[in-house]
Design a binder for this molecule. Structure first.
Ligand code: SF4
Length: 289
């Protein structure tokens, strides 16, 4: 007998099923148990897909994260190299020390007015997740939902990122997530170089405290300011970059994947590189018992 799912759970499951299907992982979500529920989920996903696509095509609102996707679609002009701050030697920080060290960085940031982005923000979006994470994601900047809640990746792109994390066999709470800039740019535009260069030293400090084994740069803006030079994503994806003693992998921004779901398989290939470096295997289908 099929379980009764509340609408929130059902929507989340439908989105999860759609994500796995887009990756081509059709066997992954086909649990032998409760086939009626699975069938209902797949049907719901099929039924809701045209509406979702239509909404993506017609919505006039462009989130900050979505502006990142324009970089994936455009040739990126060469620009002056961006200098990263020196590596801080915090490799041996204990768990409690990491939490304290991150709080110190947050305290240093304060009610920041170091760049013009402070004028339009509601909340500074510092980070979210586990200070001891082995995997860290870096995006571009907060969008409207993130600005309202003070947390990174909580809108539609965030839901997709959650699904990407789950496909890797992890929970969002097990990774650390931050952005290049911590305040929402007006009109959801891409951060200007002076804004990103003013804010990113705080990101580098966070990275040096967390010291994940693997960093994933989500989109061209994150890749640009982490690697210190601007280059089209095509030349950066699909391999491991050495980064301050860590491993950096570049993939598409989830907002770009919402706009072009065909690239999800490419993003999954990038995430599989990260999984290999972390020694992770994709979760197996749940037991029928
Ligand atoms: Fe400060 Fe960063 Fe916000 Fe600019 S984006 S005001 S540097 S916290």
């Amino acid at each position: 007998m099929a379980r009764q799912l509340d609408s929130v759970t059902r929507d989340a499951l439908v989105e999860r099923v759609r994500f796995y299907r887009d990756l081509g992982l059709t066997e992954f979500y086909r649990r032998p148990v409760d086939l009626a529920t699975e069938a209902a989920m797949e049907t719901a996903a099929e039924e809701s897909e045209p509406a979702t696509i239509a909404a993506e095509q017609t919505t006039p609102v462009i989130t900050t994260a979505e502006t990142a996707s324009t970089l994936e679609e455009q040739a990126i002009a060469p620009r002056k190299p961006i200098s990263a701050p020196p590596l801080v030697t915090t490799a041996a920080l204990a768990a409690a020390d990491k939490t304290a060290a991150l709080q110190l960085i947050r305290d240093d940031l304060g009610d920041c007015t170091r760049c013009a982005l402070h004028k339009g923000r509601n909340k500074i979006v510092f980070a979210d997740g586990d200070p001891n994470a082995r995997l860290m994601f870096v995006g571009e900047g907060p969008g409207a939902d993130e600005d309202a809640q003070g947390l990174p990746f909580v809108g539609r792109a965030g839901q997709l990122l959650n699904n990407m994390i789950a496909a890797m066999g992890l929970k969002r709470e097990q990774v650390y997530i931050a952005n290049v800039v911590k305040c929402r740019p007006p009109g959801n535009r891409t951060p200007e170089p002076d804004e990103a260069n003013t804010c990113s030293p705080f990101l580098f400090r966070q990275i040096d405290v967390v010291r994940p084994q693997v960093l994933v740069a989500l989109g061209a803006t994150a890749a640009t300011y982490l690697l210190g030079h601007r280059q089209p994503l095509a030349g950066l994806r699909g391999r491991v970059h050495a980064f301050r003693g860590m491993q950096l992998i570049v993939t598409y921004h989830p907002a770009f994947l919402l706009r072009d779901p065909r690239q999800k398989k490419e993003a999954w290939a990038d995430l599989q590189i990260a999984m290999k470096e972390l020694g992770l295997k994709a979760p197996k289908p749940a037991s029928s018992s």
